[in-house]
Every structure is written in structure tokens, then in C-alpha cells.
Design a protein around this ligand. Structure first.
Ligand code: AMP
Length: 207
């Protein structure tokens, strides 16, 4: 299945819960790209400048990355795609690969909530655990509850980059909602409320 939604909709959070619940991997292209940047690999060097300015990494790069990931043994019984596809070209590439989707969950969140959520979002620099300064603060400010690492703001979560990412979403990714609606796969999930409430709605939408 696919999780669709604007930046800050809670895709990563819900994908992680759903993956645990369903016993399938969460495949997050954003996480894969950030790991590549951190490792300084050639993929990371290609992706970094796009990510820093809130633009999308070119389709051919990302399609190749996902194609390879889907051949891994843990993806045999299914997976949750988080942050992919993000363009019609990517969606068509997935189809051309013969992937049969069960569902596309669209997390719907008003634009003003998105900005508030992203501004307060923090990630542990060491283990990647997510927190939020207002909605799910760590016990000690700036310190990860899980591993004691430092919690930092993602470079592309800065306000001007967020605005650009929202524009990119509206232009390039929002058309996928119609695309999957026409294919009869779309399930709309209101993405406001607590993490647990949204998770319950997502499960209900999946039947
Ligand atoms: P995310 O963590 O999903 O918000 O992704 C962070 C950044 O990684 C995005 O702003 C893009 O620059 C890049 N990225 C992630 N997934 C994709 C994708 N499917 N297509 C193109 N770029 C992507």
C-alpha cells in the first residue's frame, strides 16, 4: 500500500505504526535518501542539493532506488510505501513494474496545521526517533528519550524550504490523489487529531 499526503501530514508516523501492525516493512524514500546523504554515497551526493532546496529528486534516480528495495526478501509479503510515488511518472513506473496495490491511504491535513507540525518537528541525530516540541515532547528538551542523542530539526524543515515543499506537493504530488481515485484504490483518512485516533481511522479505512 501507499501512504499519500503533504509534508507534515504524519505519513512517517502512521507508516511506522501500520508497518508494525501489519508485519510488513515501511519503505520511506525520504529516510533512504537521508541515510545516503549521511553516508556520503554517490546517491547521497546526487540527492542532497534537491533535498536541501525542497525540490524532488529526479524520477529516474528514485525509481531505480525503489525498484531495488522492492526486490529485497522482506518486501515479498507486502510493504508500505511512505513518500513514494510523488509524481505521476513515479506512479506509472510502479505500475509498469507490475506492482499490484491493495490500497492508497491519503492523509488529509489543513495547510495551517502542516506548518505548525513541521516547525516543531525534531529528529534524533543518532537513532532517528521523531518528537515534537509541543505535541510529543521528549522528557528533556533537546535530548532523545530512546537513546539520549541530540534532537535536531531536519535541514529541509526550515520555514522557507517547507513552503517550497508544499508548493511542490500541490503541483506534482496532489494529482496522484485523482490518479488513484480513478483506479478505485483511494481511501481518504482525516489526518487531524491524536496519533492514536488517526491510526484507528487508517485501520478502519483499510477494512
Ligand atoms: P520526506 O522525508 O518524504 O519528506 O522526503 C524528504 C525529501 O526527500 C523530499 O523533499 C525530496 O527532496 C526527497 N524525496 C523523498 N521521496 C522522494 C520521491 N519519491 N521523489 C522525489 N524526491 C523524494
Amino acid at each position: 500500500m501507499i501512504l499519500l499526503g503533504p509534508p507534515g501530514a504524519g505519513k512517517g508516523t502512521q507508516a511506522k505504526r501500520l508497518a508494525e501492525h501489519l508485519g510488513v516493512p515501511q519503505i520511506s524514500t525520504g529516510d533512504m535518501l537521508r541515510a545516503a546523504v549521511q553516508a556520503g554515497s554517490s546517491l547521497g551526493r546526487q540527492a542532497q542539493s534537491y533535498m536541501e532546496r525542497g525540490a524532488l529528486v529526479p524520477d529516474d534516480v528514485i525509481v531505480g532506488l525503489v525498484r531495488e528495495r522492492l526486490t529485497q526478501p522482506d518486501a515479498k509479503a507486502g510493504y508500505i510505501l511512505d513518500g513514494f510515488p510523488r509524481t505521476l511518472g513515479q506512479a506509472e513506473a510502479l505500475e509498469a513494474q507490475g506492482v499490484k496495490l491493495d490500497a492508497v491511504l491519503a492523509l488529509e491535513v489543513p495547510a495551517e496545521d502542516v506548518v505548525r507540525r513541521i516547525a516543531g518537528r525534531r529528529t534524533c541525530a543518532k537513532c532517528g526517533a521523531m518528537s515534537h516540541v509541543t505535541f510529543s515532547p521528549t522528557r528533556t528538551s533537546g535530548v532523545c528519550d530512546a537513546c539520549g542523542g541530540e534532537t535536531v530539526q531536519r535541514a529541509d524543515d526550515r520555514e522557507e524550504t517547507v513552503r517550497r515543499r508544499l508548493e511542490v506537493y500541490a503541483e506534482q504530488t496532489a494529482p496522484l490523489v485523482r490518479f488513484y481515485e480513478r483506479a478505485g484504490l483511494l481511501r481518504r483518512v482525516p489526518g487531524t487529531g491524536t496519533i492514536a485516533e488517526i491510526f484507528a481511522r487508517a485501520l478502519q479505512a483499510l477494512g
